[in-house]
Write a protein that binds this ligand. Structure first.
Ligand code: NAI
Ligand code: MG
Length: 352
């Protein structure tokens, strides 16, 4: 198996956690006799410092030429005075747009060893393993018209979807569910919104191609409650853009720390993989960053870009074992628990 990965480590803790993630990929390549190559590129604040642009052409070219893009995080307080389009975060928006992925995958997994890091009761989170499939290029965030008319004190955004946009993301959800626990929960607000009626009708139609997968529909407001009350009921959760943004953050609470959450954006020219967290300037350089989100992101690279499902699972199992053995970075260590506090590098080595 050959895989070319563009590694864009970015700012703050980005390089610290990305190093541990690429170490894991190196180890998988060596064990399995795979040929993984890594091309590094600058993005965000480090790129601005180097060349004035948060996403230099060389970085974009390297990303488009790769089989997968692994991104750390961007963001540096020293650029806070710049306008949004010049800041490090602009690089992120630009690369997401250039790669064009329409399906954002965000797993929310409850690790038994971390029960108690989550504010939810362990009996609620036990065994939870949800995969959000969020549509990323449509809906309210992109629909036109959009404006804020300061003369008339009126503002407008537009929620818009075409059938084709729903079809393609629904297929991703059903394909993934068919390899998991074979259930898709589609989220909408079909009792109020026409867009949601189109969404629901289209998802129902696509479901016919996947008879082995059970489909259920949930209204977004009650879904927000169910995620806190009965998260174990869900396998793949399919949502439009705005609903998925909100619900996947809500479900992030189940895992216990931002530092544990991976993500992937697929369906575009090249898949983009990034931990959910930002550059965490408050802990950058201290060795406190939790690399597990980035390492679990590397597992997603193996699953979705290298088709190495067994290796992806092996990495996830290794993370589980390390947690069960009691190793903790500061963000997941609870006072009074008999655990061993480790730094970023040590955590990465233990997963190895
Ligand atoms: P953040 O995710 O960087 O940090 C929020 C809190 O979580 C901080 O207290 C941080 O120390 C902690 N945290 C985050 N990741 C952690 C990890 N792996 N291990 C341990 N603790 C961790 O979000 P914040 O503070 O709002 O933003 C900081 C910078 O990052 C800003 O410039 C922001 O724009 C940028 N950002 C970038 C993102 C990206 O690159 N995808 C996403 C979110 C924010
Ligand atoms: Mg969000």
């Amino acid at each position: 198996m050959r895989l070319k990965v563009a590694v864009l480590a970015g700012d703050g803790i980005g390089p610290e956690v990305t190093r541990e993630a690429t170490n894991i990929l190196h180890a998988v390549a060596e064990l399995g006799g795979h040929e993984f190559t890594f091309v590094e590129g600058l993005i965000g604040g480090v790129a601005i410092t180097d060349s004035g642009s948060p996403l230099p052409t060389a970085t974009l070219d390297a990303a488009l030429d790769a089989d997968a893009v692994l991104l750390g995080a961007v963001g540096d307080n020293k650029f806070n005075s710049l306008t949004p389009d010049k800041r490090p975060e602009a690089g992120l928006l630009q690369i997401r747009q250039a790669l064009g992925g329409f399906a954002n995958l965000r797993p929310s997994v409850a690790y038994t060893a971390l029960a108690g890091s989550s504010p939810l009761r362990p009996e609620v989170t036990e065994g939870v393993d949800i995969l959000f499939v969020r549509e990323l290029l449509g809906g309210l965030y992109f629909g036109a018209p959009r404006r804020w008319n300061k003369e008339t004190n009126e503002a407008i955004n537009t929620m818009r979807y075409t059938r084709d946009e729903v079809v393609r993301v629904a297929r991703v959800a059903f394909e993934l569910a068919s390899k998991r626990r074979k259930k898709v929960t589609s989220v909408d607000k079909a009792n109020v919104l026409e867009v949601s009626q189109l969404w629901r009708a289209t998802v129902t139609e696509i479901a016919k191609d996947y008879p082995e997968v059970t489909l259920e529909h949930q209204l977004v407001d009650s879904m927000a409650m169910h995620i806190m009350n009965i998260p174990r009921n869900f396998d793949v959760v399919l949502t439009e853009n705005l609903f998925g943004d909100i619900l996947s953050d809500e479900a992030g609470v189940i895992t216990g720390s931002l530092g544990m959450l991976p993500s992937a954006t697929i369906g575009g020219a090249v898949n983009l993989y990034e931990p959910v967290h930002g550059s965490a300037p408050d802990i950058a350089g201290t060795g406190k960053a939790n690399p597990l989100g980035a390492i679990l992101t590397a597992a997603m690279v193996l699953r979705h870009s290298a088709n190495l499902e067994q290796d992806a699972r092996a990495v996830e199992q290794a993370v589980l074992k390390v947690l069960e053995a009691g190793y903790r970075t500061a963000d997941i260590a609870r006072k009074g628990e008999n655990v061993q506090l480790v730094n970023t590098q040590e955590m990465g080595k233990h997963v190895h």
